[in-house]
Design a protein around this ligand. Structure first.
Ligand code: KG4
Ligand code: ZN
Length: 343
């Protein structure tokens, strides 16, 4: 029997990147993104500016994605969009655009949970690995979230642990800000860390009541006090030791993440371990996870670089599995800023 080909246009607009992608089944035909640079000078994402930039970017980004895919609008089977979580003003742009396009083309609409999509990015065909088997664990680390999840089916997510304060991406970005680096500082810490000694300085590791939960707000404070003290003694301290400081901060964060992940693996007896989200682009985390294959017998799943930070291809793959399950939505669906991963 011949399997039906499904073409989906997916739109992502939850934060500060406007993304559009076209997927044919689980293949990514195009994956376009317009990064917003307006936020750098403010040291963080400004919601009002993000929403305005999405409005400017969305039409050209969608047009480019369609063009690059070689798929004609009339051959699309569905339009997918990010329902949440994210910034409401940003989500609204993608949501209303998707609704009107689906209406105009008379094709179904699919609402996607951004956090589920980060995880489901592992099922995109051109990843460097096979799809993980169910159940598997996923450490989702981004600018807004830090969670250890047990995934028993495409849309069956259980939170085993999560952050009780800052997300790990915030820990990276706030540390970078203290160091005088521009937003988002995560990739810059990664870059300087490669040249430094990870054991040069030590920072405290927080304790949480639930051992699988995370807490990063104390780390940021510890780094701030440490740097203030060193700066008093030597005003050139940060500049002269930037690589070592970045390497030590990154090493502390990786140690915390892996400790919890190892505990979750023991508790659940699951050794198929994935990472997802923007922070999984971090080269130190990627190699630390890979090393666990040898030391702990894990099979690890690390998404291709372009599927880690926010992108529309991940929205498209989540939508593909929803399409197969007949999980469509209608015009009345609303963007939801605080959508939970299991909703
Ligand atoms: O998933 P994402 O693109 O957006 C959210 O949904 O939050 O994640 C963005 C976060 C930012 O905090 C950024 O600094 C961090 O991911 N990030 C990194 C790296 N690349 C992106 N953090 C550390 N190392 C990196 N290489
Ligand atoms: Zn994200």
């Amino acid at each position: 029997m011949h399997k039906k080909t499904i073409n989906i246009l997916a739109i992502e607009s939850s934060c500060d990147d406007t993304g559009a992608a076209v997927l044919q089944n689980n293949n990514v035909l195009s994956n376009n993104i317009a990064n917003q640079t307006v936020h750098a000078e403010y040291g963080g994402v400004v919601p009002e500016l993000a929403s305005r930039a999405h409005q400017q970017n969305i039409v050209p980004v969608v047009q480019q994605a369609l063009k690059n895919s070689g798929i004609d609008k009339k051959d699309l089977n569905a339009i997918a969009f990010t329902k949440g979580p994210g910034l409401l003003g940003s989500l609204l742009v993608g949501t209303s655009f998707a609704k009107s396009m689906a209406l105009a083309l008379k094709i179904p609409l699919i609402a996607v949970n951004h956090m589920q999509a980060h995880v489901l990015a592992h099922f995109i065909k051109d990843n460097d690995h096979h799809s993980p088997p169910f159940p598997f664990l996923c450490l989702t680390i981004s600018g807004g979230h830090t969670q250890i999840l047990k995934i028993s089916d495409y849309f069956k997510f259980e939170i085993l642990g999560e952050t009780i304060d800052d997300a790990v991406g915030e820990a990276f970005d706030k540390s970078a800000k203290i160091l005088g680096l521009p937003y988002p500082g995560g990739p810059l810490i990664d870059k300087y860390a490669k040249l430094g000694n990870p054991k040069a300085y030590t920072f405290p590791k927080p304790k949480t009541k639930n051992k699988l939960d995370f807490s990063f707000s104390g780390l940021k404070t510890a780094i701030l006090y440490f740097l203030q003290k060193e700066h008093k003694a030597d005003p050139g301290f940060i500049k002269d030791n930037l690589n070592d400081i970045c390497a030590s901060i990154q090493d502390t964060i990786i140690t915390i993440l892996l400790e919890k992940l190892k505990l979750a693996s023991i508790q659940t007896d699951i050794k198929h371990i994935a990472i997802a989200g923007g922070v999984s682009a971090n080269s130190g985390i990627r190699s630390a996870l890979k090393a666990c294959e040898e030391t702990l017998g894990w099979t690890t799943y690390i998404p291709k670089f372009e599927y880690t930070t926010d992108n529309a291809a991940m929205i498209g793959i989540a939508a593909y599995y929803k399409y197969l399950n007949n999980q469509f939505t209608d015009e009345s669906t609303q963007a939801s800023a605080r959508l939970k991963v299991d909703e």
